[in-house]
Design a binder for this molecule. Structure first.
Ligand code: G6P
Length: 439
């Protein structure tokens, strides 16, 4: 049996993860589940829903809510990390500051992602240090914390021996849509893929061994990743997300080689994305007014004794995926998933220290990446540029270097010039005073 900690326990994603864990309780038995967060109030609120999940699926389970890292991590086997440093108020800044200068405003891509990266690197390192100090020596951190590409790069550089596996739910969310399009179970799909996190391409998709890549490519070129008869719970259902899934069709009809991760729109169609963005009302506002409000209002009603259906707040591929990965680590299942690993030749013509996202077999010693081979010039060029951006922002944090940060901002494909990069960076320094390492 395992002690499992969710770091970022106050996230509204927590109930979904807990449900995915507890439906596996016969195979993945927990002796204790800990929610750990530095924001006690938020965590208590989310804890109301989590208690409900526990009562439904595993009423005997010991559930602990704490803000104390020692209590949380002592003898932990698994730590699921999903911290959001600065919460949605800072996500709003990450999105709005670039948009003010006509640049893509997004939580993980472009200047917003770099700002978020600078906020997150050291709190993630601190989390690793707590695990090293208090958790079992065989601990595994499975990390969702964004911006995952920068977090992966920074943690590997600063804590190379840490037992951390960085993952992302976007590829598997796209696979879920592919499965809807093909009218099959997503577990029957196997994909080949290369790139960085939120920056990659599916090169092959097989359904029970049969190559369905061409079929999907022609579908996506016409409809994007929008299944025609989507089940209501299949998509991120907000309009901005539908737009994201749709935009894939422009990329797919321009370049016929591969199926893009939807995040490629920010790099290849940045001008289009900016045109359809509202600089005064971004995704952060949608989330704060939508998902966050719905959940915290429901908790308030529940606490006030009203009749509330809390079950609609847990479910989805996000929770399922992290549990699948953890089970493969725990039981040496060697399941094949897309995860972030140090390149080391997995993509032959990319730097060996790049943190790439590729398929890997997940064993109890960690991921065994599949060797992807060489990739063509266009993709290699794009990835090398983005990889250098991520490297420079980690350098900026470690060396306290304004110049390195400016280089990162300038090199981002989303930013048109040095002067624009400087304006965005200077605004961001002010906005992030409470969070960034000094530059
Ligand atoms: C996807 C990505 C995550 C990202 C999330 C944002 O799931 O894989 O990296 O954090 O979308 O979703 P939201 O609903 O908060 O905009």
């Amino acid at each position: 049996t395992f002690k499992l900690v969710i770091a970022g326990g106050g996230s509204t994603y927590t109930p979904g993860i807990v449900k995915s864990l507890l439906v596996q309780k016969d195979r993945f038995k927990l002796n204790e589940l800990v929610l750990y967060d530095n924001n006690a109030e938020r965590q208590e609120a989310v804890g109301v829903i989590v208690r409900h999940v526990v009562e439904m699926f595993d009423p005997e389970l010991k559930l602990t809510l704490t803000t104390d890292p020692e209590v949380a991590m002592t003898d932990a086997d698994f730590i699921f990390a999903q911290m959001r440093v600065g919460l949605y108020a800072m996500r709003e800044q990450d999105e709005k500051i670039p948009l003010k200068y006509g640049v893509v405003g997004q939580e993980t891509c472009g200047p917003g992602g770099l700002a978020y990266g600078l906020r997150t690197i050291y709190p993630m390192v601190e989390l690793i240090d707590y695990c090293e100090k208090y958790a079992k020596p065989t601990y595994w951190i499975v990390n969702y914390s964004n911006p995952a590409a920068i977090v992966a790069k920074a943690t590997f550089r600063l804590r190379p021996k840490a037992r951390i596996l960085n993952i992302c739910d976007m590829p598997v969310a796209i696979e879920r849509n592919m499965a809807e399009i093909l009218e099959c179970d997503r577990h029957d799909l196997e994909v080949d893929y290369f790139g960085l996190n939120h920056f990659g391409w599916f090169t092959k998709v097989r359904l029970n061994g049969e190559d369905v890549t061409e079929k999907l490519k022609s579908y996506v070129a016409e409809h994007g990743y929008m299944p025609q008869n989507a089940k209501s719970d299949v998509l991120h259902s907000d309009p901005s997300w539908l737009h994201t899934y749709e935009n894939a069709k422009n990329i797919c009809s321009a370049f016929h080689d591969y199926l893009p991760n939807t995040y490629m729109q920010y790099y290849l169609l940045g001008d289009e994305v900016v045109k359809s963005s509202d600089p005064n009302h971004t995704r952060a506002n949608e989330v704060m007014e939508g998902r966050e409000k719905r959940i915290f209002d429901a908790v308030a009603d529940y606490r006030a004794g009203k009749d509330v259906d809390l079950t609609k707040f847990f479910g989805g591929v996000h929770g399922e995926f992290i549990v699948d990965v953890a089970m493969s680590l725990a039981f040496d299942l060697r399941k094949r998933y897309l995860v972030m690993v140090e390149n080391n030749g997995a993509v032959e013509n990319l730097p060996s220290d790049a943190m790439v996202e590729v398929p890997a077999y997940i064993t109890d010693r960690g991921p065994e990446p599949v060797r992807v081979g060489e990739i063509p010039t266009f993709y290699k060029g794009l990835i090398e540029q983005q990889e250098a951006v991520e490297k420079l922002i980690v350098d900026a944090a470690v060396e306290h270097s304004y110049e390195k940060a400016l280089m990162a901002f300038t090199l981002s494909k989303t930013v048109p010039s040095l002067l624009v990069a400087k304006k965005i960076l200077d605004d961001m320094i002010v906005a992030n005073k409470a969070y960034w390492p000094e530059l």
